[in-house]
Design a protein around this ligand. Structure first.
Ligand code: NAD
Length: 320
């Protein structure tokens, strides 16, 4: 997408991994952006380049603080609600905050969108499908989530957020959309956040063993962050309510992913098998027919190119 239809956007969680790429894309297209973030898992360095640009403003605040959201000056015509701890390491460390971000945080962002007459988009997740019994996952699949397992704080927070968005639309007529994002990777992920790509890249660059969970036969379908951002903005610009899956469709085993990263980095690291986390999904792949047909979206950046760019960023960050 080149020109974007919005004059002014609020991005909650805009200093995080995906949020910072969204902010950058919006600013480049001439949309004014207010990035609201409590920096619990994000980093102001992610938007440091944008802070020099006119039309970008960073506000350190919590999305659960209704007064802070209501007090932001001016009118928004787009509200993107991305504020939420998202990596397993983060939401296991911040379980109550994760539930609050999905409940109170979503409610506050919805109220602000309603007050301004803005389009609202919730960043939901493939985790609402849990450990799925259907494959690939279509949007009408209800999921298989353990409500009292350790991952439930994230999965149920997003499921509740989806319910809240749907009710807000029904009760108040708020112009809402829900995107279910599948695993995304790219520059500005954090090593140590428990996700496979940054963990493997950091281990490969350090020359330490790549820690593959279980026997590594569990699969993931990853999407490069630029493609995810394209999908999110295509949904925001459409009249669709969703939920719409956005994600990569090439399934890969975790072991194969580790091997490719070893190959791309030219590392001498070996593979070490470790215990699989509780409720770790065995298979996950989106059915993206809806995104293709309704939004004209499909991922464009292939594995090799996406991983090459990501490894390049991590190598540079490690050297800086
Ligand atoms: P991230 O942790 O890098 O970004 C989350 C951002 O939200 C951080 O900057 C954090 O400081 C901020 N934040 C958290 N709680 C907040 C609160 N209460 N108030 C204000 N700011 C708060 O994670 P990410 O991977 O960029 O994920 C961003 C969003 O996209 C999340 O909502 C996540 O659920 C969703 N998502 C991401 C993926 C993925 O693969 N990265 C997949 C599915 C869904």
């Amino acid at each position: 997408m080149s020109g974007l239809p919005w004059r002014r956007a609020l991005v909650t969680g805009g200093a995080g991994f995906v949020g910072s790429h969204l902010c950058a894309r919006l600013v480049r297209a001439g949309t004014e952006v207010v990035c609201l973030d409590n920096l619990s898992t994000g980093d102001r360095a992610n938007v440091a380049g944008l802070e020099q640009r006119p039309g970008f403003r960073f506000v350190r605040a919590d999305a659960t603080d209704a007064a802070a959201l209501a007090a932001l000056p001016g009118r928004f015509d787009l509200v993107l609600h991305f504020a939420c701890p998202a990596s397993p390491a983060d939401y296991l460390r911040l379980p109550l905050e994760t539930l609050d971000a999905g409940s109170t945080g979503t409610r506050n962002a919805l109220e602000r969108a309603r007050a301004d007459g803005a389009r609202f988009l919730l960043a939901s997740t493939s985790e609402v499908y849990g450990d799925p019994l259907e494959h690939p996952q279509q949007e009408d699949y209800w999921g298989n989530v353990n409500p009292v397992g350790p991952r439930s704080v994230y999965d149920e927070s997003k499921r509740f957020a989806e319910a809240l968005v749907t009710a807000h639309r029904r009760v108040h007529g708020t112009d809402t959309a829900i995107v279910r994002i599948f695993n995304t990777y790219g520059p500005r992920m954090r090593t140590g956040d428990g996700r496979a790509v940054p963990t493997f890249i950091a281990q490969a660059l350090d020359g330490t063993p790549l820690t593959v969970a279980g026997d590594g036969s569990q699969t993931r379908s990853l999407c490069y962050v630029d493609d995810t951002v394209d999908g999110v903005l295509a949904l925001a610009a459409s009249g669709e309510t969703g939920p719409v899956n956005i994600g990569g469709t090439d399934e890969i085993t975790v072991l194969e992913l580790a091997r490719r990263i070893v190959g791309l980095t030219g590392s001498a690291s070996r593979i070490r098998f470790v215990d699989r986390p509780v409720d770790d999904p065995a298979r996950r792949r989106p059915d993206t027919r809806l995104a293709r047909e309704r939004l004209g979206w499909q991922p464009r950046v292939g594995w090799t190119e996406g991983l090459r760019r990501t490894v390049g960023w991590f190598s540079h960050a490690a050297a800086a």
